[in-house]
Design a protein around this ligand. Structure first.
Ligand SMILES: Nc1ncnc2c1ncn2[C@@H]1O[C@H](COP(=O)(O)OP(=O)(O)OP(=O)(O)O)[C@@H](O)[C@H]1O
Length: 594
């Protein structure tokens, strides 16, 4: 099985083989669990490993795939367990109904927690999840009339079909196999790609048309759901639940399991869980010497994390990948089709109208009442000295900053108050001054994400998106390197991948923020030729750049900013000789030549 971040074409070609191996392995595991009679001790360990693994896979999704921390997985595990415990014992409900109720509860709690806190990110998100964990534990302990308090709930019965421990273990292993398969396949789905994009670069993800908040909340809700499912199965397996089984310490254990096994794969979740359940059992004989057991246990965990930072399964995958690449798997060479762009087929003569746009940062007026419009099918440049407000204008146009005043109309639609991803869906594409690619992905995966948004009138089947992404890469001259990781490209080529990603989204207006920055003279000539080829397809471009040779070579219209205000607007010759422009750039009177 490949890691959840490895969904390259080579990986996809081996997927049927991987799927067969997975199904065979899962079938053997279920068969073994159903037919082999383990003693009660081993059965309990396997039951714990299976149910915990389901919950740990939730962390594989939220942390490994989406890059969000969750220190409350034991709380979700506990909510699922208590739903089954209380539902079957106190209210006499059917086991399956209780699992359903438990899942609805954790899904709602996970989505609520995610929606209310996800904007915080980083340390703040960690703190809020810890608080949630503590609240759930306190409720379990102190709401005695409902939860039975510290005594917990005992006598939980299993469902009719699986009353014996052996049958129930086989059921848990089956659920684990299904969950593992879904988590394995998730990264190559649109949702999984969106999560990976958010993890790699939130800003680029939103500008590529991904609803970042919704993606994060979904990841959080899936994590909570798997936590609750694991807990519900656990309650049926052990017939007893109590608050100490679902404390903050257990959340840390869950986190250690996923980090130890490898956060990038569901196999890592199983490996880490198995190991952290087994190590204490193996070291049990040391318990007679006070402290020794814990010291060795801690040391083992530290050594594994130190020497295998990607976890045990991450380390094994790296090793096998190195072996695989030595075995000479030929890279995929896709047929590059011609790139179709939306071009200049619109009704209004202006693609963009900006009126009285302002953006103030406290007392600093970075953009101060700027108005201009961009004609359909033209290349329009926005220039000005350093700090004149060009990038801020582009950030307001693409929705990264909310304007202080003014309005923005894109192709007849008022987009002034839309978030970035909605503007992309409405027809905006952009690149960044500081390159923002999804760094764990290949070039073609980066570009597929640009093509996937709902505003793009191309088919959303994977093969169609893949073909479009390859066409965009071929258009910028990188078709034969589509399957390479973006980090293996030169700076100049990374800029081209960003342009390809924006083009693949089929924008009505392409915003380019200093595309020539950091390029050498040959790369600048290639970029100029590329911009002319894009313009020849009729796509409207708004470009910011300091390179006057490039600007005067491609632009038909120039707007000049200085101190956040528009000081000139018109054709290149008249604008570049405008006295105010010459003064702004050179700090002297107009006889200074360009
Ligand atoms: N997030 C921010 N917070 C505070 N001030 C900002 C922020 N972003 C930009 N500024 C300020 O706004 C002004 C305009 O900056 P901006 O980056 O838009 O200029 P620019 O014309 O793109 O410059 P350059 O060509 O150097 O990139 C500068 O004084 C800058 O320091």
């Amino acid at each position: 099985m490949t890691s959840i971040t490895d969904v390259s074409p080579a990986a996809r070609r081996t997927a049927p083989l991987g799927l067969l191996a997975y199904v065979a392995l899962a079938a053997v595991a279920v068969f073994f669990a159903a037919t082999h009679s383990f003693d009660a001790y081993i059965t309990n360990i396997l039951m714990q490993a299976a149910t915990y693994s389901v919950a740990v896979m939730g962390l594989t999704v939220v942390l490994g795939l989406c890059g969000q921390i969750n220190l409350a997985q034991a709380a979700f595990f506990g909510l699922g367990a208590y739903a089954v415990g209380l539902g079957t014992v106190d209210y006499g409900l059917n086991f399956w109904v209780c699992i359903g109720l438990g899942l609805v509860t954790v899904l709602a709690a996970g989505a609520f927690l995610g929606a209310s806190t996800i904007r915080l990110g980083g340390h703040y998100l960690a703190m809020v999840t810890i608080s949630f964990q503590q609240i759930v534990t306190l409720v379990m302990i102190n709401w005695i009339p409902v939860t039975h308090g510290p005594d917990g709930v005992s006598g939980i019965s299993r469902p009719g079909l699986f009353t014996t421990a052996q049958a129930y273990l086989a059921f848990c292993v089956t659920v684990l196999a299904v969950v593992g398969y879904l988590v394995w396949r998730l990264p190559s789905s649109p949702l999984g790609r969106a999560m990976r994009a958010v993890r790699d670069n939130e800003l680029a993800a939103s500008v590529a048309g991904i609803d970042v908040q919704r993606t994060k909340v979904t990841a959080f809700a899936i994590c909570a759901l798997l936590g609750g499912l694991g807990g519900a199965l656990f309650a049926g397996g052990f017939a007893y639940v109590s608050p100490d089984q679902f404390s903050f310490a257990e959340s840390i254990v869950f986190l250690t399991m996923v980090l130890l096994g490898g956060v990038a794969s569901p196999i890592g979740a199983v490996v880490g869980t198995g190991l952290l359940i087994l190590i204490p059992e193996w070291l049990r004989f040391l318990k007679s010497v006070p402290g020794l057991y814990l010291a060795i246990y801690g040391l083992a965990v530290i050594l594994i994390v130190l020497f295998m930072p990607d976890g045990i399964w991450g380390w094994i995958s790296q090793f096998t990948r190195r072996f695989g690449s030595r075995s000479g798997v030929a890279p995929v060479r896709a047929e590059a089709t011609a790139l179709e762009l939306r071009g200049s087929s619109g009704h209004a003569p202006e693609v963009l109208r900006v009126e009285g746009l302002a953006k103030h940062f406290g007392g600093l007026k970075a953009v101060d009442g700027v108005s201009f419009s961009v004609k359909r099918g033209s290349v329009h440049a926005l220039i000005g000295p350093n700090g004149s407000g060009k990038t801020t204008t582009l950030n307001v146009l693409s929705g990264i900053y909310a304007p202080t005043a003014g309005s923005i109309t894109l192709d007849g639609l008022d987009v002034t108050n839309l978030p970035p991803h909605r503007r992309t869906i409405a027809g905006l594409g952009r690149t960044f001054q500081n390159i923002r690619l999804f760094r764990t992905m290949t070039a073609v995966e980066n570009v597929i994400i640009g093509a996937e948004h709902p505003g793009n009138p191309v088919q959303k089947a994977h093969h169609a998106l893949d073909a479009r992404a390859r066409a965009a890469l071929a258009f910028v001259g990188l078709g034969d390197r589509a399957d390479e990781l973006v980090t293996s490209f030169s700076y100049g080529h990374q800029r081209l991948i960003e342009i390809a990603r924006a083009l693949a989204g089929n924008p009505t207006l392409l915003l380019l923020d200093e595309p020539a920055a950091g390029l050498n003279s040959t790369e600048k000539l290639e970029l100029t030729a590329l911009l002319k080829r894009i313009a020849a397809k009729g796509l409207t471009i708004l470009i910011i750049d300091h390179d006057m040779t490039l600007v005067s070579d491609v632009a038909e219209h120039i707007t000049v900013l200085n101190f956040g205000r528009r000081i000139a607007d018109g054709d290149p010759v008249s604008v570049l000789n405008h006295p105010d422009v010459v003064t702004a750039y050179l700090g002297s009177e107009p006889d200074a030549p360009y």
